[in-house]
Design a protein around this ligand. Sequence first.
Ligand SMILES: Cc1cc2nc3c(=O)[nH]c(=O)nc-3n(C[C@H](O)[C@H](O)[C@H](O)COP(=O)(O)O)c2cc1C
Length: 359
Amino acid sequence: MASRETLLKILDLARWAPSGDNTQPWRFQIVADDHIAIHGNDTREWCLYDFDGHASHIAHGALLETLRIAASGEGLATRWSLRPGSPERAPVFDVRLAPQPGLAVDPLLPFIETRVVQRRPMRTTPLTDAQRRALAAAPGRGYRVRFFETGAERRQVAGLLWRNAYLRLTCPEAYPVHKEIIEWRTRFSKDRIPEQAVGVDSATARLMEWVMASWGRVAFFNKYLFGTIAPRIQLDYIPALACAAHVLILPDTPATGTEDHVRGGIAMQRLWLTATSVGLHLQPEMTPLIFRWYARAGQQFSALPAIGEGALALAGEFERIGGFGRADSLTFFCRVGVSDTPRSRSLRKSVEELMLPGA
Ligand SMILES: Cc1cc2nc3c(=O)[nH]c(=O)nc-3n(C[C@H](O)[C@H](O)[C@H](O)COP(=O)(O)O)c2cc1C
């Protein structure tokens, strides 16, 4: 079967899969020469955005798909299964690898390492027909893709994200997450988001670093100095207009359990790698979905009643703009467009750091 070197090479590529806030909620274990176990975890204990672990499960799906694509480069086919009885907060995925003569190398393989999030404004050059077709087909069976492309549609989404960002920035429960995940004054970060990839100019970054040192400062700044305006313009409103399109992935049947969200992550990663392959950059816009998950599940996520009310109102606005119903599941939302490659990006923990001892 495969040598340990081959399996390590595959894992070395697979670790480039994206995860919310670059949390990399996984550890690898080489169980046998045809068996890798992925030990997942979720971050719901400390991360407001990991509603019921969904964002982590989506990242697990992205990892499994990236692993599959990487293995195709070694002539190996993969099959994954969720280990029965493994806890929802710590799911284990068993990946079996088998040589398959004549297996085609997946055409997305060259884009595993170049795929990157672009949070800055992109060009408004419209999608070509070929790009739109590629994106629509990327998630595969069981999903459909909805585009928001016209100026009017992008303005509607920009309005949604503007109001969504107000919730994000004034929610006390989101503050520790924001504080934790940005690595200030850096261009690259192996386990967080480096400041320069956040998408603000350096003067705003310095101010944010100072203000975010305590919730007291954030609350004062928000209340008396219109503190949410500058970041919302730079991080939400302008980028929402400055793109070719917003893209929404919807499942044909509602997502109910861990495996459904993992499959959603596979669809997301296929869309993201395909976007890269057709010359587009992409930024996930997941917080409107996440706040809608809370709102539609009737779960309070903030001690401030106004935040919960805001999330409910936003869920309704999202449904109106998208033309879908309260009960419809949404898998992934993002913006795409042509842009220069970001100068700054998140890196990853090394394979050695991610590796658990063998079985
Ligand atoms: C499930 C999920 C949700 C994400 N949500 C957001 C988001 O709402 N906004 C954003 O700017 N990036 C979001 N990201 C992008 C991650 O922050 C990014 O992938 C990670 O920091 C690694 O950076 P890279 O993709 O450039 O390698 C999300 C990624 C995943 C997998």
